[in-house]
Ligand binder design. Sequence first.
Ligand code: HEM
Length: 223
Amino acid sequence: MSGFFNSSIGRKVAMALSAFFLMFFLLQHFAINILSIFNPDVFNEVSHFMGTNPLVQYALQPVLIFGVVFHFVMGFVLELRNKKANGIKYAKNNGAANSSWMSRNMIYSGIAILAFVVLHFIDFWIPEINTKYIVGDMSGLHNGEFRYFHELVEKFENPLRVVAYVIAFVFLALHLLHGFTSAFQSMGATAGRKKTLQNIGKAYSIIIPLGFIVIALFHHFNH
Ligand code: HEM
């Protein structure tokens, strides 16, 4: 196993696998959060299920946290190794896309996303953990109603938070625009399907962050 992580290709494959996992998480995270625009009651029901289901809480959530930390740590390791290798860049055999501005700056967009994730955990995740596991209130209720929608809307009252989130989502789009195809490439999956994959990658990388921007702005201006 240590041999795997010591090889350049092993590290890239590990990076790609964690990236796929995070992109899948992001898709379901988006699907749930967009419900807050279209149907707050369903958003509340789904949030309560996800927040109290033992399988989600004690199996999926720890795997997710591990995936997030792993991706960041591995990203820094790859960056340092690439720097050391002097010019031998990550996702090397990528033709014209190789020299794109974004491919050289994955570490910077990554750091911006890391800063967002820290802020986002302080905003949402830590209060959740506090209510459920420290206060010990698993009911999901406040004044007899589900609290999730109300708590989410409250967070987007502050224009500074909305601006910080929107900037982070732009960085997320830039990170994904390169990362999506790069991850498939590290798995050797592009040959023959390059154009289709690139198009799916572009659509995903723009629609998901744009959708998150819409959620933040919608709640800021509508409540
Ligand atoms: C407008 C956009 C977003 C909203 C409204 C939102 C909302 C939330 C909420 C309510 C939680 C708490 C869930 C819980 O623990 O019960 C949460 C957790 C989390 N969010 Fe977001 N999120 C947004 C965007 C993002 C983005 C873009 C990312 C990743 C880059 C992200 C990553 C996470 C992670 C890793 C967690 C902790 C895991 C979890 O418990 O689900 N979120 N988010």
